[in-house]
Design a protein around this ligand. Structure first.
Ligand code: CNA
Length: 389
């Protein structure tokens, strides 16, 4: 975790780049609505639809009707132009011929919905649609540190759902681990706080948990560290853990709005310029600085969005050259991707062996099964497992 989360700290003692806080981004400014921007966008969309769309690489599960295509031109949030498919296959081809050896993954809550953890924004099932349970006035309050200071209960109720231990990583997590196993993962940047990346065996040095995690805890006021297991025990049994130094409420080191991101996040300044493929999965790209991070790969680097609908720069028509998206259920998409790469059986095998280890570790006891991270590293990628072979 960042050692410099203090809101009192004006950052003047550090270079400007050393402190980035988490913030929610306004959706209004990006939606086409009345006003000049809206008009320009409509015009752009209209001409784009009449152009040859071959450079757009968009596909989706299910075949969209002509009216869906039209809707897409107006508001880019439904299944997209299926007839322009091939994005996934084209990226898989690049990977197979060895042109992607430094892959960066940016992920969000959508990779964990198949594990039974609700995301924020999916209508109906997302946490934002089910706020009554948390008794908060507006969705972001749940991650607002001032709100937490007055009333930690809403966040603690959510924490009970998200605390590592009750959910298992799914096929998508293991696909990312397989990227590492094949020596292709430069780094995974996750916004998730559920710890499933670690649990599936993605090693620490390959992982940036940009919004922190439940692995450590500290006082939300003076940042005195607090034993994470004790914090968990208190929160799970409905108690409030308090700081041994100042008696303020302790919170797991999940990054709230306005708090600094962990120092590890700054690895992005090295990673993104080095990336030769960016895979973005299961995120609405509504939270900064993650949302803008995806724009920092080199202009020639392909970006692949795997999500239910277009988000961030993928809402633009035409797409940037080299941008691809595959829309639909993420687990199905990733399975399809793995099949194209010839990795499906390996992933299933990996999942099985991890589950067996988990059963052996936990035995009859309840609790979290220990992480067994991949011992393979990029350099150890064996000749037969390297996708270029
Ligand atoms: P979000 O805003 O809820 O967006 C999730 C995106 O994933 C949406 O675009 C969904 O359409 C898409 N999605 C969800 N499920 C699927 C699926 N099965 N197939 C395809 N697409 C799917 O969440 P973000 O991650 O963008 O927002 C960042 C917040 C959410 C972070 O600060 C997290 O801490 C926070 N969060 C994390 C978790 C977790 O750790 N599992 C859960 C809920 C919220």
């Amino acid at each position: 975790m960042s050692g410099s989360k203090s809101k009192e700290d004006d950052g003047s003692s550090r270079p400007a780049v050393a402190r980035i806080t988490r913030s929610s981004r306004s959706t209004e400014s990006r939606d086409s609505g009345p006003g000049q921007y809206g008009k320009q966008r409509k015009k752009q969309l209209h001409s784009a639809l009449t152009q040859d769309l071959s450079q757009m690489s968009v596909s989706g599960q299910g075949s969209p009707t002509p009216s869906e295509g039209k809707q897409l031109g107006q508001r880019h949030d439904g299944p997209a132009l299926g007839k322009c498919g091939g994005g996934l296959a084209s990226v898989a081809r690049r990977m197979k011929i060895g042109r992607c050896r430094n892959i960066v993954v940016v992920a969000g809550a959508g990779i964990s919905t198949p594990s039974g953890i609700p995301d924020f924004r999916t209508p109906g099932t997302g946490l934002y649609a089910n706020l009554e349970a948390f008794n908060i006035p507006y969705p972001e309050a749940i991650f607002n540190v001032d709100y937490f200071s007055n009333d930690p209960q809403p966040f603690f109720s959510l924490a009970k759902v998200l605390y590592p231990g009750s959910h298992r990583p799914n096929y998508i997590h293991f696909f990312i681990r397989m990227l590492h196993h094949k020596g292709l993962l430069l780094r995974m940047y996750t916004q998730n706080i559920d710890g499933l990346e670690k649990l599936c065996g993605i090693p620490d040095d390959k992982l940036v948990e940009g919004h922190g995690s439940f692995a450590t805890a500290s006082c939300h006021l003076c940042y005195t560290p607090y034993p994470s297991e004790e914090a968990k025990r208190a929160i799970m049994s409905g108690d409030i853990p308090t700081c041994t130094f100042c008696a303020a409420t302790v919170k797991p080191d999940v990054v709230f709005f306005g708090e600094d991101l962990p120092q590890k996040y700054f690895l992005h300044t090295k990673d993104f310029p080095k990336a030769d493929l960016l895979i973005i999965m299961g995120t609405s790209l509504q939270i900064e600085p993650f949302a803008s991070l995806v724009n920092t790969v080199r202009a020639t680097v392909p970006r692949l969005l795997l999500n239910r609908h277009p988000v961030g720069p993928f809402q633009r028509i035409p797409l940037r050259r080299g941008d691809h998206m595959e829309l639909g259920d993420l687990e199905n998409t990733v399975r399809k991707f793995a099949e194209m790469l010839g990795w499906h059986d390996d992933i299933v095998e990996l999942m099985k062996s991890q589950e067996q280890q988990c059963i052996a570790t936990v035995g009859g006891r309840s609790g979290t099964c220990s992480e067994e991270s991949d011992s393979e590293t990029d350099s150890k990628c064996s000749a037969s497992s390297c996708p270029s072979n």
